[in-house]
Design a protein around this ligand. Structure first.
Ligand code: IPM
Ligand code: MN
Length: 359
């Protein structure tokens, strides 16, 4: 199989974690006789420095012309600490999501038995946790009208949703639930927000077409507690943009670290694959960041290409490293390995240079 992959390394730890994924993808290509061509493009603070724009037109063109996009991370403290900045790195990612109509962000949450003892949560609450968050990605408060009054003393962000925006992601989430444990939880704040009441109504309407899926509804404040005290109850969580952003970072703690969590953003012809973590500027260039979120995002990309055996091999390779204590500092501050070492091990396992029998 021949695929063109647009690669956006981005900011902070983006480049170093994405490079590990590329090593692993190259190993997959070699082993299974595929050809992956990478086309590098700019986005974020890096793009602002080099071109003045957080999303140069060329990047959109390359992405549209590729089979998939692999993206690292975005953000830089110099913008975070300057609330008056007009051009911001994150605008690049938001604009890319919007222009490519990547309306559904899929964030699987899995736990690893070998990491339970390192978690701040009780092991008994982590066993068997396996759910997936469908986060709406191109609407809501992220994309509503933003205003700052002339005297700069008042600001507003509108949260807007249309029925069709809710409907299209609801269908994807229900279809996924049908292939899993057939349960869908809509997370909203319908006791307060009009947009949430619209979400409930539309989801209730869509649910009629998926009578084999059990649906429940949970307010986001309760959901954020339930994710910690009883995460096993979830199968597919469907939610709007900002709630999804927040609860997915929270849910990643169940796996052991934010650095482990991958995602896929889908909606139109070309999908984007990115770890859910940010640019982690304090770690940039230090070879300490966790590459697993990026590597598992690459595995989701392989699945998207229909290469399920290849995707499973990459996941097996990641499992092998985690089971054998090869983890970065975010997971184990005392016995930790570098970004490059984890990437090398996952690659070597993928290439059969490490036997699964080695203990
Ligand atoms: C994410 C990130 C982004 C978001 C930022 C960088 C704009 O936090 O992908 O979760 O909020 O969507
Ligand atoms: Mn986020």
């Amino acid at each position: 199989m021949k695929k063109n992959i647009a690669v956006i390394l981005g900011d902070g730890i983006g480049p170093e974690v994405t490079q590990q994924s590329i090593k692993v993808l190259d190993a997959v290509a070699k082993k299974f006789n595929h050809e992956f061509h990478y086309r590098y493009c700019l986005m974020g603070a890096d793009a602002i420095d080099k071109t003045g724009s957080p999303l140069p037109d060329e990047t959109v063109t390359i992405c549209l012309d590729s089979d998939a996009i692999l993206f690292g991370a975005i953000g830089h403290p110099k913008y975070d600490n300057d609330p008056t900045a007009k051009v911001r790195p994150e605008q690049g990612l938001l604009k890319l999501r919007k222009s490519l109509q990547l309306f559904a962000n899929i964030r699987p949450i899995t736990t690893y038995a070998s990491l339970h003892h390192l978690s701040p949560l009780k092991a008994k609450n982590l066993e068997g946790v396996d759910f997936v968050i469908y986060r709406e990605l191109t609407g809501g408060i992220y994309f509503g009208k933003k205003e700052l009054s002339d005297d700069k003393l008042q600001a507003s962000d509108d949260c807007v949703y249309s029925a069709s925006e809710i409907e299209r992601i609801a269908h994807l989430a229900f279809q996924h639930a049908q292939k899993r444990r057939k349960k869908l939880t809509l997370v909203d704040k319908a006791n307060v927000l009009e947009t949430s009441r619209l979400w409930r109504r539309i989801v209730q309407e869509v649910a009629v077409q998926y009578s084999d899926v059990a649906v429940d509804y949970m307010f986001v404040d309760n959901a954020s507690m339930q994710i910690i005290i009883n995460p096993k109850q979830f199968d597919v969580i469907l939610t709007e943009n900002m709630f999804g952003d927040i609860i997915s970072d929270e849910a990643s703690v169940l796996s052991g670290s934010l650095g482990l969590a991958p995602s896929a953003s889908v909606g139109s012809a070309v999908a984007l694959f990115e770890p859910i973590h940010g640019s982690y500027p304090q770690a940039a260039g230090k070879d300490i960041a966790n590459p697993v979120g990026s590597i598992l995002s690459a595995a989701m990309m392989l699945d998207h290409f229909g290469l399920t055996e290849e995707a499973q091999l990459v996941r097996d390779a990641v499992n092998w490293t985690l089971q054998h204590g090869f983890v970065t500092k975010d997971i184990d501050a005392i016995n930790s390995y570098s970004t490059t070492t984890i990437g090398d091990l996952v690659r070597d396992y993928t290439e059969n240079k490490i036997s699964a029998e080695i203990n």
